[in-house]
Ligand binder design. Structure first.
Ligand SMILES: [Zn+2]
Length: 93
């Protein structure tokens, strides 16, 4: 798997973070960001995504990062499997 493909998948998924995360977490808009219940620590409304930065962060358990990390934690798949799925989803290959 090439670094270029990984970078492309990361960049595209960051611009689409709201869609990706909302498959797993019910998100409600609050200003520029979205909040929801954290899927990792289960606390109410501590989980935030910032579409401007393409990142998620939980104020409860302090888990955070890009959509590839989110999908890794949610699905227990490795980065390579996730990048492969993203490259199919977004027609990157
Ligand atoms: Zn949390």
């Amino acid at each position: 798997m090439s670094e270029a493909l990984i970078e492309k998948a990361r960049t595209v998924s960051m611009t689409d973070i709201h869609n990706i995360v909302s498959d797993y977490v019910h998100l409600t808009a609050r200003g520029k960001d979205y909040h929801g219940d954290c899927p990792f620590c289960k606390q109410n409304c501590t989980f935030t995504i910032a579409p401007k930065f393409g990142m998620f962060y939980c104020f409860g358990c302090r888990e955070g990062g890009d959509p590839i990390k989110f999908l890794r934690l949610m699905t227990n798949k490795n980065s390579e499997e996730i990048v492969t799925e993203l490259s199919v989803k977004y027609n990157l290959a």
